[in-house]
Design a protein around this ligand. Structure first.
Ligand SMILES: Nc1nc2c(c(=O)[nH]1)N[C@H]1C(S)=C(S)[C@@H](COP(=O)(O)O)O[C@H]1N2
Ligand SMILES: [Mo]
Length: 502
């Protein structure tokens, strides 16, 4: 047993040092090329959409840390075994790490938009891990003395220190480099909008605007992309007459529009939290498209992001937004609720297409806009079975009382939100148990692209009750009651909440 201890431990230490130096090098080259991140991203990409949804549903925002932990655990296991085998056959150590490193290289190279430089972190990891393992095994005392706990403990201690120091170094390194993006964000002075958003109507309830810190976040990147605004450029190309590129400063000099828009995710379950409303500041995308001169037939706008995400939006939808009274324009956003975009929400620039689920209209951290066709190109989530065109479905949600609330008998305020971006909400109805559907009171709707708040007075009688909500959109179409999963084009069904009245 003891004979296995030192080599196994050596395997672990070499892998830890290898991976953390690789991750550290990646912070200089390209965050996405860190071997752990790259392999993780490869796993994410290879995961079927349904499994991904299951992961998001069960693990929530912990899905990514759990994935990284899983990969780390697997690497640790393999590394320990490598160490043990290498104690007998030296060559197995470096060869095994070369194989692991090869996986990292392949993962880094197959990331969308990868360059040759991206292989460096995995190569560094391989070399460090292999060298440390050979060194540690060479330094291992003859088998007889391994058992002397003093020797093992001192080595174990030094190994532990080495792991802690490099991991801390890697963390600090990524903080410092991540800080560069955060610093450029701190320096951003948002221009005044040429067209400010009209003041919100009086009489809205608290929570109409979702604070940035509470705004839901959905993305596939394993670490928040950190983009330096000073080096950011956006290219507009593909099927256009005059392709062009813009710097961040160029973009800030364009006339800006400010608007309230509700954004939501196709993965949101009925009653779910992946929806929020913000005041966005940005340049109308239609103006930039006109400047580029879009070719006839270019029916898809493909936005590409630094994390490799691709998001395809109907050109017609983007040009159409804002043309019907009450609808808001598709924007290249630089501001969210009066601040530069938070890093998590796409700093420095994201797209926002009102009326379309986020995966099909609202790319974050975007760097390329390419005019194409739906025939020629399937975007990231479309390749995974989601609908290519994804208009938002009419939805409504009960926020108060909460599920399984215990209430006192008497008047109870039932309250929530409803949304049908682009169409607006004409009515919201509430049903208690199997009773009649009753109209809820609608609070003011600032425009057709935001959610609407509603309230309903209910005379609660003792017992178990279920409260149900449904909406009618501005075109007069009722919200369908059939339960459908989010996949492939958005959930349907009426949100129901069970409560107990004492
Ligand atoms: N680059 C990039 N953009 C992205 C995504 C992503 O994973 N990467 N996710 C999309 C999805 S699925 C949604 S719902 C919205 C969410 O935007 P938010 O995180 O700012 O709420 O961003 C979209 N834009
Ligand atoms: Mo989404």
């Amino acid at each position: 047993m003891r004979r296995l201890l030192w080599p196994g431990f050596a395997g672990l230490v070499s892998a830890a040092l290898g991976v953390s130096t690789g991750q550290l090098v990646a912070t200089v080259i390209n965050q996405q090329s860190g071997p752990l991140y790259a392999v993780g991203a490869m796993v994410v990409d290879a995961t079927p959409a349904r499994v991904k949804e299951f992961a998001v549903r069960t693990a929530g925002t912990y899905d990514k840390p759990l994935l990284l932990l899983g990969i780390g655990g697997a690497v640790a296991l393999v590394a320990a075994v490598l160490g043990i085998v290498a104690a007998r056959r030296r060559w197995v150590g470096p060869t095994g790490f070369a194989a692991l490193g090869g996986l990292g290289v392949v993962a880094a190279l197959t990331r969308p938009g990868a360059s040759g430089l991206d292989v460096i972190p995995a190569l560094v990891s391989t070399i460090v891990a292999g060298a440390v393992l050979v060194g540690m095994l060479r330094a291992a005392p003859p088998t007889g003395s391994v058992g002397r706990t003093g020797v093992l403990n001192r080595r174990a201690f030094l190994g532990g220190v080495a792991i802690v120091v490099t991991t801390a170094g890697a963390a600090a390194g990524s903080q410092i480099l991540g800080g560069a993006a955060a610093r450029t964000r701190d320096r951003v002075r948002l221009p005044r909008p040429a067209r400010p958003a009209p003041a919100l109507p009086a009489g809205l309830a608290p929570g109409f605007v979702t604070p940035n810190a509470d705004f839901y976040r959905v993305d596939t990147a394993l670490s928040v992309p950190r983009v330096d605004a000073d080096r950011w450029t956006l290219s507009v190309g593909g099927m256009v007459d005059k392709p062009f590129a813009l710097s961040f400063d160029d973009l800030l000099r364009q006339p800006m529009v400010e608007e309230y828009v509700t954004l939501n995710c196709v993965s949101n379950e009925v009653g779910g939290p992946y929806v929020g409303t913000a005041k966005w500041l940005g340049v109308p995308l239609a103006a930039l498209l006109r400047r580029a001169g879009v070719h006839a037939g270019a029916d898809q706008i493909v936005a590409r992001s630094v994390d490799g995400m691709t998001i395809g939006t109907p050109t017609a939808t983007v040009l159409d937004t804002g043309t019907t009274p009450g609808t808001q324009q598709a924007l290249l956003c630089v501001g969210m609720n009066g601040e530069p975009l938070p890093l998590e929400h796409g700093f420095p620039v994201r797209m926002l297409t009102p009326g379309v689920y986020g995966y099909a209209g609202s790319g974050k951290w975007i760097t390329h806009i390419e005019l194409s066709t739906f025939d020629a190109f399937d975007a990231y989530w479309v390749r995974r079975g989601y609908a290519a065109r994804a208009p938002v479905k009419t939805a409504s949600r009960i926020d108060r009382p909460g599920p399984f609330a215990r209430l006192a008998a008497g008047p109870v305020t039932v309250a929530g939100v409803a949304w049908a971006q682009g169409r607006g909400i004409a009515a919201v109805e509430v049903q208690v148990d199997d009773g009649a559907w009753e109209p809820a009171t609608l609070l003011p709707e600032p425009n057709l692209d935001t959610w609407i708040q509603w309230t309903h007075r209910w005379q609660a009688r003792p017992g178990q009750h279920s409260l149900r909500v449904r909406a009618v959109d501005g075109s007069g179409t009722g919200q369908p009651g059939e339960r459908a999963n989010p996949f492939p084009d958005g959930a349907t069904g009426w949100h129901t909440v069970a409560v107990t009245v004492a």
